[in-house]
Design a protein around this ligand. Structure first.
Ligand code: SF4
Length: 363
């Protein structure tokens, strides 16, 4: 496995190629709209951006996301250019009628290495409620099977909140049958339309992460917790070296095996549909715009990104925590709930241990 220097390069770049989307998901971070924003980066700007991102040289994963990226007619040209530039391309289409087998074949031929679909519940009616569209569940399974039929590895993303926490167990069974390569469970950050959804309590948060850690040793797919870096603390507490240790994907999108975990602005950057560079899609603070600034320089040198990579800048109990290097808390959730992106993550029940005493979790 490769050790990454997160000060020099992100491991993953998520690029919101458009904010347009036919769905109205309850938890949409982007508050996506039906029509494309005329201020979106145009094709020439998008191609130039890809060339800038390729200068990171460590071949970051470039996730083409939205909105619904399939709403852009130049999507496969962008994917092809990114692949040719050495970026490792993944795609997160919305499960409308667009991800047909033909389009997914085009995606694969353009260099897309992995497709991620969102499933928020094993219960079709509950999933459809989350997505704001009756029939979404069936469309998702259809798109997912189209991708597998085209030989594309499939990842499933699930946004977890108090409304679907009881779906974890049936979801795990379903994903095993669907032969996905990874389950990425996004712990709700209350931004965009997600502000209206009930979050898990800190106790539920911890219990869900413990359950996922148990699951990770039982299933054939990789288990990833997103916006929940406490997962790495839990794996450390279970005496495992780091999240995802040992899981290697044939599509080349394996997570780095490193001491520090990927977090907002630390191994991760987000580029909005209008070119704003942010530490994460869930942390809507811009450190600059690719239309006027170099995204590589923004990632490496901006005050915002530099602060987020400095665990010594953390405040509250995250600043005192012996796990701050591997965890550090969700900076996006800290910002969403306190207005301070360096504050303690309110979703974590862990009590940092004074040196020399056993640590504990209050649940
Ligand atoms: S206190 Fe902060 S750094 Fe420590 S485990 Fe909790 S969220 Fe992570």
């Amino acid at each position: 496995m490769t050790a990454f220097d997160f000060d020099a390069s992100p491991f993953t770049i998520a690029w919101e190629v458009t904010r347009a989307c036919a769905y109205k998901c309850m938890h949409c971070r982007a508050d996506a709209q039906v029509r494309r924003d005329p201020r979106e980066l145009d094709t020439n700007e998008a191609l130039a951006l890809i060339e800038s991102l390729a200068r990171f040289q460590t071949r970051p994963i470039l996730v083409l996301t939205g909105g619904d990226p399939l709403m852009r007619r130049d999507l496969f040209a962008l994917a092809r250019h990114a692949d040719a530039q050495g970026l490792r391309v993944a795609l997160t289409p919305t499960a409308t009628a667009l991800p047909t087998r033909m389009r997914l074949a085009q995606a694969r031929e353009s260099g897309v290495r992995r497709i991620a679909f969102s499933i928020d519940a094993a219960d079709p009616a509950l999933h459809d409620r989350f997505r704001g569209f009756r029939g979404s569940y069936a469309r998702t399974l259809s798109g997912l099977r189209n991708a597998i039929a085209e030989g594309l590895p499939v990842q499933v993303n699930t946004t977890l909140c108090a409304l679907n926490v009881d779906q974890l167990q049936p979801m795990a069974q379903m994903l095993e049958e669907l032969q996905v390569v990874q389950w990425s469970v996004f712990f709700l950050v209350p931004v965009g339309r997600g502000k209206r959804l009930p979050m898990l309590t800190p106790q539920q948060h911890e219990e869900a992460l413990q359950w996922l850690a148990d699951l990770s040793s039982e299933v054939s797919f990789d288990v990833k917790a997103t916006a929940a870096p406490q997962y790495r603390r839990i794996l450390r507490q279970r005496a495992r070296r780091s999240a995802g240790a040992g899981f290697q994907f044939a599509d080349g999108l394996s997570r780095p095996h490193e001491g520090k975990g990927v977090g907002d602005g630390r191994g991760f950057m987000f580029i909005s549909h209008v070119g704003e560079v942010m530490p994460s899609g869930f942390l809507p603070l811009s450190a600059g715009n690719v239309r006027s600034e170099d995204p590589v320089a923004i990632y490496r040198s901006s005050r915002l990104f530099s602060q987020l990579r400095n665990s010594g800048a953390l405040r509250g109990k995250c600043g005192r925590c012996e796990f701050k290097e591997v965890c550090g808390g969700s900076r996006a959730r800290a910002y969403a709930l306190t207005g301070d992106y360096l504050a303690a993550d309110p979703s974590c029940p862990y009590t940092p241990s004074p040196a020399g005493t056993p640590s504990r979790v209050r649940v």
